[in-house]
Design a protein around this ligand. Structure first.
Ligand code: F3S
Length: 73
């Protein structure tokens, strides 16, 4: 599972960080510091909660299986 963040659209609400500070780091100005990351198995629920907490809806959770799919979409 991966998280993709539209960092440029971040408005600095910091709710993602409030819900899951270990996953959603903020920069010095209070905006999301990352454009995305891979989520460890035990942290998926937390990552999802953080994503849903963002009022701008710029955090997208991609539910990719561990083994990469090679088929055409
Ligand atoms: Fe930005 Fe949304 Fe978090 S606006 S700081 S990604 S809650």
């Amino acid at each position: 599972m991966k998280v993709r963040i539209n960092q440029q659209a971040c408005a600095g609400h910091a709710r993602c960080n409030h819900v899951a500070p270990g996953l959603y780091s903020l920069d010095d100005n209070g905006y999301i510091a990352s454009t995305g990351f891979s989520v460890e198995a035990g942290q998926q629920a937390l990552a999802l909660r953080g994503a849903r907490a963002c009022p701008e809806r710029i955090i997208e959770v991609l539910d990719e299986p561990a083994s990469a799919s090679t088929g055409a979409a």
